[in-house]
Write a protein that binds this ligand. Structure first.
Ligand code: C2E
Ligand code: MG
Ligand code: MG
Ligand code: MG
Length: 293
């Protein structure tokens, strides 16, 4: 070591950049160990039809049950592995865990579609659909339509042709596809046109302010019209209060997900949540204001 240091004029390993790289590498390594040690878990957030009271599915959201730091949200660890192969391994773990969960619920008499979030790095793999087909084949009693892939508009950046080809292959496999965080990308309308996604998830940033902000309400109205023209379903994300639900129903958006309905929860809590949940009584009476449905 000393000899090496003596030869080199710069102590590269002492610079901030080197330290950053070393720590970064360590945290990637921590995540790998955590994956091998089974420290990740999926929580599930219900998605409902506010008008009919049906629970239409759940979204799987990853958490890290960290031995010292407790339950960590994805923002604490997904960015670290964004550009690593590990993102693909973790993504496959998420897909397989969701399939196992669907099967588990199915065997207890509960038919519940599950959506999973797909990282850009994962989706850009040319063999993504082939790997997905292999996972689906491992669980032949799970219908592919029970699985939904949530794709971010931004995953397609730079490679729209490749990603739309992959999504087309996934569509052929029979899985459902949704465009997540819709409206936050640079050219949402292009994605809507080019990607074979049957569901649009309107980003929570547009939903949050619909009660006060006429512009966000207008955006939502536009998205609903477009979705109708394109034959897509719309689901509102980040529905935090019953009043948001009222407003969405008036606009003609019946499908919703958000803390105002349910927070993400462990899989074990889902069946009893479904048994007990009831839509707000006023929701059944709300008339649609416009042509959208
Ligand atoms: P997302 O897919 O848009 O998921 C919705 C996020 O908003 C979740 O945060 C959820 O807990 C939160 N949320 C739900 N309802 C409300 C609400 O009413 N108000 C507010 N303020 N937030 C709400 P979470 O679980 O922290 O996940 C954040 C993001 O991390 C997700 O955004 C998704 O992009 C990503 N993510 C989560 N799980 C996975 C995964 O398994 N794989 C990949 N690649 N990404 C994941
Ligand atoms: Mg999502
Ligand atoms: Mg989203
Ligand atoms: Mg998001």
């Amino acid at each position: 070591q000393a000899k090496l240091a003596g030869k080199n004029r710069y102590f590269l390993f002492d610079t901030a950049q080197a330290r950053y790289m070393r720590e970064h590498h360590q945290s990637v390594e921590h995540i790998r160990v955590a994956l091998d040690g089974d420290e990740f878990v999926l929580h599930y957030q219900p998605k409902v039809n506010m008008r009919t009271g049906d629970v239409i599915g759940v979204e799987a959201l990853i958490r890290w049950q960290h031995p010292e730091q407790g339950l960590l949200a994805p923002a604490n660890f997904l960015p670290i592995i964004e550009e690593h192969r590990l993102a693909i391994e973790l993504g496959n773990w998420v897909i397989e865990s969701a399939l196992i969960q669907i099967l588990d619920w199915q065997q207890s008499g509960l038919t519940l579609p599950v959506s999973v979030n797909i990282a850009a790095r994962h989706l850009r793999q040319p063999d993504f659909a082939t790997q997905l087909a292999k996972l689906l084949a491992k669980y032949p009693s799970v219908a592919p339509a029970m699985l939904e892939l949530e794709v971010l508009e931004t995953s397609t950046l730079g490679d729209l042709a490749q990603v739309s080809k992959t999504l087309e292959e996934c569509r052929v496999l029979g899985v459902a596809l949704s465009l997540d965080d819709f409206g936050t990308g640079y050219s949402s309308l292009t994605y809507l046109k080019r990607l074979p996604t049957n569901i649009i998830k309107v980003d929570q940033s547009f939903i949050r302010d619909i009660l006060e902000d006429p512009e966000d309400l207008a955006i939502l109205d536009g998205v609903l019209s477009l979705a109708k023209a394109f034959g897509r379903q719309v689901i509102a994300e980040g529905v935090e209060t019953l009043a948001h639900g009222d407003s969405l129903l008036r606009m003609g958006c019946d499908l919703a997900q958000g803390y105002g309905i349910a927070r993400p929860m462990p899989a074990a809590d889902i069946p009893s949540w479904i048994t007990h949940w009831q839509p707000a009584p006023q929701w059944a009476k709300i008339r649609r204001l416009n042509r959208n449905e």
